[in-house]
Design a protein around this ligand. Structure first.
Ligand code: SF4
Length: 380
């Protein structure tokens, strides 16, 4: 397993080793329906309970899990559902992740927004009522340098109350620079926590270093970020093992950084430009619902974010039983919020739910839920 490249900062591997050891030894066949029922009665679950909820024995009890997850969510979040929208500012990428439309070998229209382009997009999104933004780039330091991203953070933080970034993993020093420029949330997807599978899927670029990516959230917290987000991309490897790894990674980091706000995302594979056959295979909506419930019950205080990769129907149900944060008004290409077609670049994957902010807010209200734009104040 390639853990780091020579220029990459290293932390201790304690959490990484604990997650990989647990993943290797987990035997999901070992759990019974009774183990699942015991877990569903608890207010605080241990790791064994979490594994029981991810096991095959839990599948027939999915409805019970959904009721328990709903109660847990309402205990910590009430009726609140947080809204945000992503903004892609560059689709250049130096990595070769075989499942992603931005990968360096995929023949797509590449684009990167300059200051004017970024401001136009920010103002278009802000005028739709959003107060939380997640800013994304492909992973290409040669194009999207640290200074470029930091400047984009500064522009965004002048217009949004809450700003997260999803960019290539940075050093502590560079995360601190993003924080100084107004970002206080960092999302990094490990994609799969199976090191062998990871090596088969990530063929070129800095992303080949499994350990450096794994420790990105910890570096972000050391740099002063308020919160961090985790995720596996379901469909790449065995979903039970990946969900277990995500939950354990998040909980161990929470124990070490008790003030950190933790989020988990639950993306599944989607078709990309030039490869319409990519699918999440055995992770159907039923399995995705099981994963969401297991996360919600194991880490009841964590945000669970569901993207527009999922269908309208699934999203409308998921906000009732486990999900606490959703995106809306999503454009996955570059410059797509404005009407300047010339500067546009292609998107990362196909979305499924194309509703805008107003439509999402209306749906939430119709279901007795409360759309929340932002409840954070950036203090620097
Ligand atoms: S997943 Fe990220 S790093 Fe990989 S090709 Fe896509 S944008 Fe680049």
């Amino acid at each position: 397993m390639l853990m780091y490249l020579p220029h990459q900062e290293r932390l201790d591997n304690e959490i990484l080793n604990a997650v990989l050891a647990e993943r290797e030894s987990a035997d999901f066949e070992h759990y019974s329906a009774n183990d699942v029922k015991i877990a569903l009665k608890k207010s605080f679950l241990d790791l064994e309970d979490f594994k029981a909820l991810l096991s095959p024995a839990a599948a027939p009890l999915l409805e019970d899990m959904m009721w328990a997850a709903k109660a847990a969510k309402e205990r910590y979040f009430g009726k609140n559902i947080y809204l945000f929208t992503p903004l892609y500012i560059s689709n250049h990428c130096e990595n070769l992740c075989v499942y992603c439309g931005f990968n360096s070998r995929n023949n797509i229209r590449r684009a990167q927004l300059d200051d004017d382009g970024i401001i136009k997009e920010l103002e278009s999104i802000a005028s739709a009522g959003f107060e939380e933004l997640l800013m994304l780039t492909g992973e290409a330091p040669a194009f999207s340098s640290v200074d470029y991203i930091a400047n984009a953070c500064r522009l965004a933080s002048e217009r949004f109350a809450t700003l997260g970034i999803e960019v290539y993993p940075l050093s502590v020093e560079n995360y601190a620079k993003m924080h100084e420029n107004g970002s206080d949330y960092v999302t990094v997807f490990q994609e799969t926590y199976n090191p062998r599978r990871y090596a088969q899927l990530h063929l070129e670029g800095d992303k080949t270093a499994f350990g450096y990516r794994f420790e990105a959230q910890e570096r972000a917290l050391k740099a002063g970020m308020r919160g961090v987000a985790f995720g596996a991309l379901f469909g790449l490897d065995m979903w039970r093992q990946d969900a277990l790894s995500v939950g354990l990674h998040a909980s161990l980091l929470q124990k070490r950084y008790q003030d950190a706000e933790i989020s988990i995302s639950v993306p599944r594979l989607r078709p990309i430009i030039n490869n319409s056959k990519i699918t999440p295979k055995d992770v159907r909506e039923r399995e995705l619902a099981q994963i969401i419930c297991a996360y919600r019950l194991f880490l009841p205080f964590a945000n669970i974010t569901l993207s527009t990769r999922e269908s309208v129907k699934f999203r409308d149900n998921a906000v009732k039983f486990g999900v606490s944060k959703v995106s809306a008004g999503v454009k996955v290409g570059i410059g797509e919020h404005g009407d300047d077609k010339a500067g546009q670049g292609d998107g990362q994957f196909e979305i499924s739910d194309s509703r805008d902010g107003e439509q999402m807010r209306a749906m939430l209200r119709l279901n007795g839920l409360v759309p929340v734009e932002s409840e954070h104040v950036f203090l620097g």
